[in-house]
Design a binder for this molecule. Structure first.
Ligand SMILES: O=C(O)CCC(=O)C(=O)O
Ligand SMILES: [Fe+2]
Length: 227
């Protein structure tokens, strides 16, 4: 399942983040590449150990925690500290897969990457190319979102970023482990949650059907979720 989450960051938050990160030191994006993706990747990243990256990452994490649609879709258990990337002058990230397990250097913090995410930090009109292309069995999904919006997509997918032929594409990207490992179960929970919210807005939270479906949601979570 691919999900678009709108307005994770406000325009003001995007502008503040950009001021903070644009002035920082950008290094070769292969700092965080696995063996397979190394040859495919040509971009820049904020050095993961830099203070600015860590501070900016905490701002993104904080915003994620306040984005109910993100929480409902991802059911996050552990989020890897967000990173920041930048593509310009023809830079690109060819077809690759994301590592299944990620460990934070020098710590025992480790996640299984169930979902990958890109949070866009610039307007789509400000650059050419730079589409995130995610392959699934149906074909290719092409994503290029307004600043402040993010896409969640299966970490199991082959994906790429097309060359940025003018302007610059700046984004935050990260991986997370979901409480619900199985993507089919996770999607059903998300659909049920959305339906309950629609019904609840219509009938009120005390409605008998709303109560029963809410109970069903939580009982499925009890069966399927790690916590
Ligand atoms: O820049 C993006 O949107 C995706 C980056 C990516 O796929 C990665 O770093 O593994
Ligand atoms: Fe990737």
């Amino acid at each position: 399942m691919m999900v678009r989450i709108e307005n994770v960051l406000s325009a003001e938050q995007v502008a503040n983040l950009r001021t903070m990160i644009d002035a920082a030191e950008w290094v070769d994006g292969n700092e965080t590449s696995g063996h397979q993706s190394r040859g495919a990747k040509r971009n820049r990243q904020l050095s993961k150990s830099s203070e600015v990256a860590q501070k900016a990452g905490r701002i993104v994490l904080d915003a994620l925690g306040k984005a109910p649609e993100f929480v409902a879709a991802a059911l996050p258990l552990k989020v890897f500290p967000p990173l920041f990337n930048r593509y310009e002058g023809g830079e690109t990230f060819g077809n690759h897969v994301d590592n299944s397990i990620r460990r934070l250097d020098g710590t025992d913090f480790r996640i299984r990457s169930d979902l990958s995410a890109t949070l866009f930090l610039c307007d789509p009109e400000s650059y050419e190319g730079g589409e995130l292309v995610v392959e699934d069995l149906f074909g290719e999904q092409r994503v290029k979102l307004p600043a402040g919006d993010m896409v969640l997509y299966p970490a199991s997918s082959v994906h790429r970023v097309t060359p940025v032929t003018s302007g610059a594409r700046v984004a935050s990207f990260f991986w997370l482990q979901s409480m619900v490992r199985d993507p089919v179960q996770r999607e059903q929970l998300y659909r049920l949650d959305r339906t309950v919210r629609v019904l609840s807005a219509d009938r009120g939270p005390q409605d008998e059907a709303v109560l029963e479906l809410t109970n069903l949601y939580h009982n499925l979570m009890r069966s399927w979720a790690d916590s």
